[in-house]
Design a protein around this ligand. Sequence first.
Ligand code: AMP
Ligand code: MG
Length: 410
Amino acid sequence: MSLLSVDQARERILSHFEPVETETLPLTNCIHRVLAADIIAADDLPLFDNSSMDGFALRAADTSNAAPASPVTLRVVADIPAGYTPKVFLAPGEAARIMTGAQMPAGADAVIPVEDTDFNTRAPGTPAPATVTLEKPINAGDNVRSRGMDVRAGHSVLEKGNLLKPQDIGLLAMLGFAEVEVYRRPRVALLSSGDELLEAGAPLESGKIRDSNSYMLAALIESAGAQVLRLGIARDTRPSVQGLIEQAASLDADLILSSAGVSVGAFDYVKDVVESNGSLNFWRVNMRPGKPLAFGEYKNIPFIGLPGNPVSAFVGFEVFVRDAIGRLGGISDGGRPNVRVRCEEEIRSDGRESYLRAVLHEKEGLYFARLTGHQGSGNLLSLVQADALLIIPAGVKCVPAGQELNAWLL
Ligand code: AMP
Ligand code: MG
């Protein structure tokens, strides 16, 4: 078995994943889903010229000589609430009371806010005055939101592959998209393996431990946008392993994910079962934690076997599985943002690409990192307490205090 770099292993895995099919959903069900087509605006936004203030629509030219010593008085010829079409054409010397969001009347080119006039009231039910007086000039276009100033019909506003955020949902509604084409959520079948494992709620027995990985990995899968098919715990027998993996296939999983038993020799049943209908390779990846990794396919479904130690399983998921699920789900930008952090202490490494648990604190805009104590790969509390995974590149054995490194925020 040769040693693979993290990048080589990632490339090999990702090359097996293509986006799943798409579905059309009501906009109300689209949060955190991935757009399957570019969104082209069919309308201008704003849809029509409208007022951004409660005030008076007028012709700016009428106000050019307005001053405290020479106030200008205009005749108020209409009252325009939001939601209606104005029926007037403003002639010189005329104004119309107008509400925020109401359509501008023809002839008007500016709005003076009520507070800049002698009629400074917004009390509901107050009728419009007969005249309005102002003491300063206003420019054409002031307080008018003109049609198309934000979005032009025909332009692309959201791209295929975007994960929909709440503000995107708002924009889609603004543009009249009541249904949206998105990728279906990928289905990830998840199993644990080992005779030592108990369900989290089961009474403890001597020599047994609780199956924490399936709970944590299920949460990770959901956080990556996929649906979890929980298969439970495979015992260290061939029929048990066979039963669960066959179930994954019959449920039409897009990915089968397992944890434990990927160290040499330990995984014989899984290897046998997967190879009976596919192929399975064990890789040694030049990383820490999580050197052993299994990758293959069963009945053409990709299979990833993560290490059993909980911290190794977590790191393996973040390094290899999250982006694979992202690719299945059609996400175009899988790239995870790195933050630069400065080491507060000297850190020793063994030359493998290392993902170390660190606590960060901020001083004057810089992040400083300190390790969360002992980095044993079964010590899940130290991952819980960490703010970030600090990445020590391959080939580095000592990082002096003060040096900067990349980190992933948790
Ligand atoms: P293995 O990869 O089977 O050699 O397991 C490595 C370590 O991870 C052992 O200490 C296992 O008991 C532990 N382990 C395996 N599966 C799980 C699991 N689902 N939850 C928690 N620990 C596990
Ligand atoms: Mg085991």
